[in-house]
Design a protein around this ligand. Structure first.
Ligand SMILES: *Cc1c(COP(=O)(O)O)cnc(C)c1O
Length: 392
């Protein structure tokens, strides 16, 4: 059994019954797909991949290649088409997801490229709750007539099936942001395939350490690398990963061409930093998840908390507090160690009231605080949260 630690980290009883087997598989023994070495565990590949060829005097890290162009007649002419630092990062992420990766300038650049798979006026089926930027972009596409957007509850399979009639793309995000709803990704991907739609799965929250959507039949995996992959709140970057199949390679070619021609390319330094982050992702995610599991359990019985949402894996927890928007804002203003900031997935713990963003849907409660649990000492995190929740 490989990666045994994850079966401890994932609290199986919190996962809906239908998803338990899938989560156990992701967290358990089935890391068989590896583009370079099928015998290595994810933790090992995260450390080992994307390095230089071993030769006397070679650096141990990938080069930070800052050239805009290359001497003629090589494999790549110009750096908008390719960069050795990208290749190193893509090798590592591709292996972790069980596919082939493309790095983009941001998560949103990756979202835009993925949505380019939609034909003009095509139908895209999306969860009610998904990343704010994705929702806003889809609103704009719908307004201009570039897309028809059908919003569904991804746990209502009959509704998803109905919405998929004539659809070109199914968008999956699991857990959703910020409501933390968990989808049965394999079931959704199967329905989309039946309907002839391409499935895109935003895997930012779960990371490839917890779930590998390509194994569930998803066509394109999306990451805001900004979050857990890079992990230090110092980089904005995105990525798309496609399966190593003929169909997957055809999709990858379209996405790669989109990157080349629309030009939302990753900076080499950001990419280098992100690969540096990937080296420790398993340690960071493991610690942050352990902290989140502990804090979610304690918050359940805290007198200053009305409701806790935690899917049982990952390091995002949401709480609702008394006093509506003002109550939540007071908590955000009262923390001293936690940071009041938007974003997530960094080593430092952050929280924010999501509805302070006008674009957040009204179905997100006014008093909902999203907690991105970091890797600090859990007792220090608890003491600070506890005093902020009692302050009011
Ligand atoms: C942050 C985020 C994005 C967008 O990524 P950027 O790197 O900020 O452009 C997309 N999806 C999810 C789930 C995110 O959290």
């Amino acid at each position: 059994m490989r990666w045994a630690g994850w079966s401890v980290v994932i609290a199986a009883e919190r996962i809906p019954a239908g998803l338990r087997a899938a989560a156990a598989t992701h967290g358990g023994a089935t890391y068989a797909v590896d583009v370079t070495d099928e015998t290595l565990a994810p933790a090992t590949r995260a450390v080992a991949l994307g390095r230089q060829t071993r030769s006397p005097g070679a650096g141990v890290n990938a080069p930070l290649e800052l050239s805009s162009t290359y001497i003629a007649d090589g494999p790549v002419n110009y750096a908008r088409a390719g960069n050795p630092t990208w290749t190193a990062f893509e090798e590592a992420l591709g292996s972790l997801e069980g596919g082939e990766a493309l790095v983009f300038a941001s998560g949103m650049a990756a979202v835009s490229a993925a949505l380019s798979l939609l034909p003009p006026g095509g139908v895209v089926v999306v969860p009610h709750h998904s990343y704010n930027g994705t929702t806003s972009l889809l609103d704009e596409l719908a307004e201009s007539g570039a897309a028809v957007v059908r919003r569904v509850d991804p746990t209502d399979h009959a509704a998803v099936r109905a919405a998929l009639a004539g659809a070109a793309v199914l968008w999956v995000e699991s857990p959703t942001n910020p409501m933390l709803e968990v989808s049965d990704i394999a079931a959704l991907a199967a329905m989309a395939r039946e309907a002839g739609a391409t499935t895109v799965c935003d895997n930012t929250f779960a990371t490839p350490l917890v779930q590998r959507p390509l194994e569930d039949g998803v066509d394109v995996v999306l990451h805001s690398v900004t979050k857990y992959l890079a992990g230090h709140s110092d980089v904005i970057l995105g990525a798309l990963v496609t399966p190593p199949t003929q169909a997957g390679r055809a999709t990858r070619e379209r996405l790669s061409r989109h990157r080349l021609l629309h030009g939302a390319i990753a900076g080499p330094f950001e990419t280098w930093l992100a690969l540096r982050g990937v080296r420790t992702m398993h340690l960071r995610v493991e610690r942050a998840t352990a902290n989140a599991t502990e804090l979610a359990a304690r918050l359940e019985t805290h007198p200053g908390v009305l409701r806790v949402r935690y899917p049982g894996f990952g390091a995002i927890v949401t709480i609702e507090v008394p006093g509506g928007a003002d109550g939540a804002e007071q908590v955000a203003a009262s923390v001293r160690l936690w940071m009041h900031a938007t974003s997530l997935g960094g080593v430092e713990s952050q929280l924010e009231r999501r509805r302070r963003h006008a674009s957040e849907p009204a179905t997100v409660p006014e008093s909902l605080l999203r907690l991105s649990v970091g890797i600090e000492d859990v007792e220090d995190l608890w003491r600070d949260l506890d005093q902020a929740l009692r302050e009011r």
